[in-house]
Design a protein around this ligand. Structure first.
Ligand code: MEV
Length: 359
């Protein structure tokens, strides 16, 4: 039996801008995992998951039609990962086999809580990794990222792949998303193996070090949100607010460049300042697009954190899920902030950063 795991992630800064090719975000892997096991089967294969039986389904109304949105359904990502990894294996002349695949997710807990920590990315990466071992494909980290990105893209179609990068490479990362139009054209015209081997325009993954005098705290707002739906809503609003959107992109790029420099110079003050700037940029984006990014609960989470001297913001697409606080490493302040969150029904998630070197 083959068993592999892939970590979840948090966005630190650069959300929404990073969906555009060439724009950066900072992401970090956390020590909560999706585990995938594969065992050879006879006659028919199975896909099994205790947690995913309780999967939430998002739906929208288009005119009078009820439209189910399957882009948050983990089984879609598993099936897509199987499809593309097997297509790759076939092009490399490997023989395919039947298997039982079992998923266990700490990111979607047994009591049905969905934290929004990149579960769809982690399950995609874990499935590609497990199949790479099963078929002995000997894929490098970059090849796993690219195969996972293609599998994910074919389901979600509007994401930056930043959460996949965190899940593949671990640790703190400055990430820049590739050109998805280029990728679409390549997938339509070239064999998969060739697309994986080509350099992808604009894609950049650079490891960062978090200054040791800072702590990262995570709070869960208690409400799940759908990233693909929120990204679609922002994309739709872009047409009516093109000028504002360009200004947002420009300011986000500047903010991220300063923040990444802050990481490189281990300047905690700059990192905290730019986190606050990024929060404001996302609030501006929410205002001119009419999309709720920082919910009332997330605003409360940020205000409590600010009161304790932290810099804070929503993490990821918002609309619920998690918020983060970056605070000077002081156990007393940390305890006081976490207790304050708890008192206001914000659940502290006691997760640590996950680096691959720890394995
Ligand atoms: C969601 O976790 C972060 C967004 O930037 C979307 C993406 O990068 O795919 C909003």
């Amino acid at each position: 039996m083959i068993t592999v795991k892939a970590p979840g992630k948090l966005y630190i800064a650069g959300e929404y801008a990073v969906v555009e090719p060439g724009y950066e975000a900072i992401v970090v892997a956390v020590d909560q995992f999706v585990t995938v096991s594969i065992e050879q089967a006879q006659k028919f294969g199975t896909i099994n998951s205790k947690q995913y039986q309780e999967t939430s389904v998002f739906w929208q109304r288009k005119g009078n039609q009820l439209v189910i949105d399957n882009r948050d359904n983990p089984f879609e990502y598993i099936l897509s990962s199987i499809k593309y990894t097997e297509e790759y294996a076939l092009e490399k002349r490997h023989e395919l086999a039947l298997f039982d695949l079992t998923v266990n997710s700490q990111l979607d807990s047994d009591d049905g809580k969905k934290y929004g920590l990149g579960s769809s990315a982690a399950v995609t990466v874990a499935t590609v990794r497990a199949l790479s071992e099963f078929y002995q494909l000997h894929l490098s980290a970059e090849e796993i990222f690219k195969l996972a990105a293609i599998s994910h893209f074919k389901v979600q179609n509007n994401g930056s792949f930043g959460d996949l990068a965190a899940s593949v490479y671990g640790g703190w990362i400055a990430y820049q998303s590739p050109d998805r139009q280029w990728l679409t054209n390549m997938l339509a015209s070239r064999p998969l193996v060739e697309v994986i081997q080509l350099p992808w325009p604009q894609l950049k993954v650079e490891p960062l070090q978090f200054p040791p005098d800072l702590n990262l705290l995570i709070g869960w707002s208690g409400k799940p949100a759908s990233t693909p739906i929120l990204v679609d809503q922002i994309a739709t609003s872009r047409a009516h607010a093109a000028q504002h959107y360009q200004e947002f992109l420009h300011a986000s790029r500047q903010c991220l460049q300063m923040m990444i420099t802050g990481f490189k110079q281990q300047n905690s003050q700059v990192i905290k300042q730019q986190l606050t700037v990024n929060r404001q940029l996302l609030r501006d984006l929410a205002n001119f697009s009419g999309v709720t990014i920082e919910t009332k609960k997330l605003t409360q989470l940020c205000e409590i954190a600010l009161h304790h001297g932290a810099a804070a913001k929503s993490s990821g697409a918002g609309g619920g899920d998690c918020g983060i606080a970056v605070i000077n490493a002081d156990p007393k302040v940390r305890q006081a902030l976490l207790a304050d969150w708890q008192q206001h029904q914000i659940q502290p998630l006691n997760f640590n950063v996950y680096s691959l070197q720890k394995d």
